[in-house]
Design a protein around this ligand. Structure first.
Ligand code: BGC
Length: 537
């Protein structure tokens, strides 16, 4: 293992490769029996065989081939320190304008305390699906949160929005149309319920009063597969309000726009008061955490804490990860809709993982290391291997069978050995992702520990995202590596059960209380010392 994590000790999804020398060398000793008439049947026998293989037999060729993707603990600690420096740059007054990790203040000052209640609509745009939810938060001990939701398709041409400025508005027209449909179905078109909007993109906001003005959420840049033109630099609340007003068949009160990481932290915080970090590992990746006000130069005031949306997906956009990016990462970036941007996200998140595996397989096949050199149009087609396939291939029991099915669909006529090798490639790529996220999360946790000045950090991380939830080995690998990188800590990982929609409702509830407080504060400001706010933790 050369001290490198990722690929070798992968646990259940571990692929053993019975090859010595070249990958297609058929003179190896421990060869799985090949049943020429049924590849799938042959494959289903492989797992038993794997258990008798000694560890030194593990895919040495692939490990060597993908050496640069296997990151040692030392390298991960180095990444953790690099990320900590980026966080400091993002927080500092002089360094923020040029910082790549933007560390956006969210003006959320506390996690829910359980007193939140109300009837809300939540919009959730920017993840794998566009969802609308109705969330009722009550004081009922047994079932404090009730939800009904609907997923709406968002056509690709609206998401990519190529063309004129007019197209950009189509995205918000679409959101407004779906909201109208949802309200109709819920029979609440005549009501004006408060709406929370989980908008999973980097947004800047200059002060909390802008919640009151219901404006001021400026989208800085699109990420993932979104690129509706003419939206960057504009106010998303204004755009949505305009689209709703244009329809004129219902009214909505957009109370809060939150990042999905914040929604996740708030959702988990409702169940566990210790929650002070929220992370997403899905189509995109990002994290937020509670930072000390005294360290946030962009916001006035020194007391208490505020949630910071790190936007860690942009880590590396200034070249700070160049030594770790491989030729495959560069190819992914070149073929993306935002070259040079979100470089960390492109190495770690679910949107790119399947494609990373595909690019590796193409190169290996071209070099005759896989599929006897067979390259098919399907294998050469972008998007033909998805992250859900990587998850399926790494399943402990049926992984190899799935691998055979997936590769067969690509027309490459895989052998059993090809399946073992491809499974190992998947393990290396997904392991690297878990390790990279562990390093950046380790950066946040070590900072929290330092901020608190404690010898041992006890904290909860709220977590969500399709990759984390669906991949069979991911969570375990991530938890293990975080504990290795931040040894003096007791970290509880809490899965956000109901997704970011509930989080939007939580923030809306928080915001409503905050607004009431602000009105009170305004009324009583005469009696309050300067810079004191309600809702400080
Ligand atoms: C966005 C973040 C978001 C993350 C997860 C990234 O591409 O920039 O704002 O939190 O994806 O959805």
């Amino acid at each position: 293992m050369d001290g490198a994590s990722g690929g070798g000790g992968g646990g259940g999804g571990l692929a053993a490769c019975p090859r010595r020398g070249r990958l297609r060398d058929r003179s190896r000793r421990c060869q799985p029996a090949r049943l020429p008439d049924s590849r799938t049947r042959a494959c289903s026998n492989i797992p038993e065989m794997l258990t008798i293989l000694p560890p030194w037999f593990l895919c040495p060729q692939i490990d060597k081939y993908l050496y640069s993707m296997r990151l040692s603990d030392e390298t991960l600690k180095d990444i953790m320190n690099r990320f900590r420096r980026e966080m400091e740059d993002g927080l500092g007054h002089g360094t923020n304008p040029t910082a790549t990790v933007k560390m956006l203040p969210t003006f959320v000052r506390s996690i829910p305390d359980g007193s939140e209640k109300g009837d809300f609509i939540a919009l959730d745009l920017g993840g794998s699906n566009f969802r609308i939810l109705r969330v009722k938060v009550t004081q009922d001990k047994k079932q404090p949160v009730q939800m009904e939701s609907q997923v709406y398709e968002t056509p690709d041409d609206i998401i990519h929005g190529s063309g004129t400025q007019v197209r950009a508005l189509e995205l918000f027209d679409h959101v407004a149309e779906c909201l109208g449909d949802f309200m109709e179905k819920q029979k609440i078109k005549d009501k004006k319920l408060p709406v929370g909007f989980t908008f999973s993109f980097p947004c800047a906001q200059s002060n909390v009063l802008e919640y009151a003005a219901k404006t001021g959420k400026i989208i800085l840049t699109w990420t993932k597969k979104f690129k509706a033109s003419g939206v960057e630099g504009t106010d998303v609340v204004k755009l949505l309000n305009k689209a709703i007003k244009k329809r004129g068949d219902y009214e909505a009160d957009i109370m809060a726009v939150v990042n999905d990481t914040v929604g996740t932290m708030m959702t988990c915080g409702f169940d566990d008061q210790r929650c002070e970090v929220g992370i997403i590992i899905g189509t995109g990746t990002n994290a937020c955490y509670m930072e000390e006000m005294r360290h946030i130069d962009q916001v006035e005031g020194d007391e208490g804490r505020m949630c910071i949306n790190t936007e860690w997906g942009a880590f590396g956009d200034d070249g700070s990860l160049e030594d770790l990016r491989t030729e495959f990462d560069r190819e992914i970036d070149r073929g993306s809709i935002n070259p040079g941007k979100q470089l960390f996200e492109k190495m770690a998140s679910g949107m790119y993982m399947g494609e990373l595996v595909r690019l590796i397989l193409v190169k290996m096949a071209k070099e005759g290391l896989l599929f006897e050199g067979r390259i098919t149009p399907e294998l050469l087609t972008k998007g033909k291997i998805e992250t859900k396939h990587v998850s399926a291939i790494e399943k402990t029991k049926e992984g190899l069978k799935k691998c055979m099915e997936i590769l067969t669909r690509l027309g490459v006529e895989p052998s059993d050995e090809d399946c073992l090798a491809v499974q190992h490639v998947c393990t290396i790529v997904s392991f690297r992702s878990a390790n990279l996220i562990a390093a950046t999360l380790g950066g946040i946790l070590s900072r929290l520990k330092e901020n608190k000045g404690v010898a041992r950090l006890r904290t909860t991380v709220g977590i969500d995202g399709s990759l984390y939830k669906m991949h069979p080995q991911y969570a375990r690998r991530l938890h293990k590596m975080v504990r290795r990188l931040v040894p003096d800590s007791d970290v509880r990982f809490l899965l956000s059960e109901s997704g970011s929609g509930k989080g939007a409702a939580m923030v809306t509830a928080w915001c409503l209380t905050c607004l009431k407080c602000m009105l009170l504060q305004k009324a009583f400001s005469f009696f309050l010392p300067r810079n004191r706010h309600f809702h400080e933790t």
